[in-house]
Design a protein around this ligand. Structure first.
Ligand SMILES: [Zn+2]
Length: 181
């Protein structure tokens, strides 16, 4: 199987993986992409902006070297991650207890996003800069705030801090005009 590089795209509970170019090696750390100049951008442009806007997380997945697969060092245990997710869900249950039909951050309306995802001047400047540089849409802006609120919940933080917002912005990879150029 030649293909190793993909974007995992998450729409709530659904995940969708795609290659970044026809040959499948764009941005591969070890194998050169053989696509003609401009092909990658043309390929990625087939995904419409409005479709990308509806996707919460764009995550680039690069091949894992064999040495890392066999690495004995342990990362964070699944049980610890599970506990953090349960705790974040409880925070959201409490947050939306009076909002009919809304159970988690992903379901917030734009108005709720404005009322709940309050940013300080520092974070506002960061998101404004990202919007300008990455040419993000208003819908992508809402997605960033919702995802940053969830990251803050997973961190048990009452406020969205700079690191939460920066991580959420990083999940908008496919919005970037720089892909394939
Ligand atoms: Zn290629």
């Amino acid at each position: 199987m030649a293909f190793c590089l993909a974007f995992l795209i998450s729409i709530r509970h659904c995940r969708w993986a795609m290659k970044l170019c026809p040959c499948g090696y764009y941005n591969h750390p070890e194998v050169a992409c053989v696509c003609m100049p401009g092909t990658v951008q043309k390929y990625l442009n087939k995904i419409s902006g409005p479709l990308l806007d509806r996707i919460d997380l764009h995550v680039e997945v690069v091949p894992v070297p064999f040495g890392e697969l066999t690495d004995k060092r342990l990362g964070e245990q699944s049980e610890a991650v599970r506990d953090r997710v349960i705790a974040a869900r409880k925070i959201q249950e409490e947050r939306f207890k009076d909002s009919k039909g809304v159970y988690c951050n992903a379901q917030m309306t734009s108005k709720m996003v404005r009322n709940i995802c309050i940013l300080s001047d520092t974070e506002l400047l960061l998101v404004k800069t990202a919007m300008d540089r990455l040419n993000l849409s208003a819908r992508a802006y809402d997605k960033i705030l919702k995802v940053s609120r969830t990251i803050a919940d997973l961190d048990n933080s009452p406020n969205i801090r700079t690191e939460h917002l920066a991580e959420a912005i990083n999940y908008r990879n496919l919005d970037r005009d720089t892909w394939g150029s």
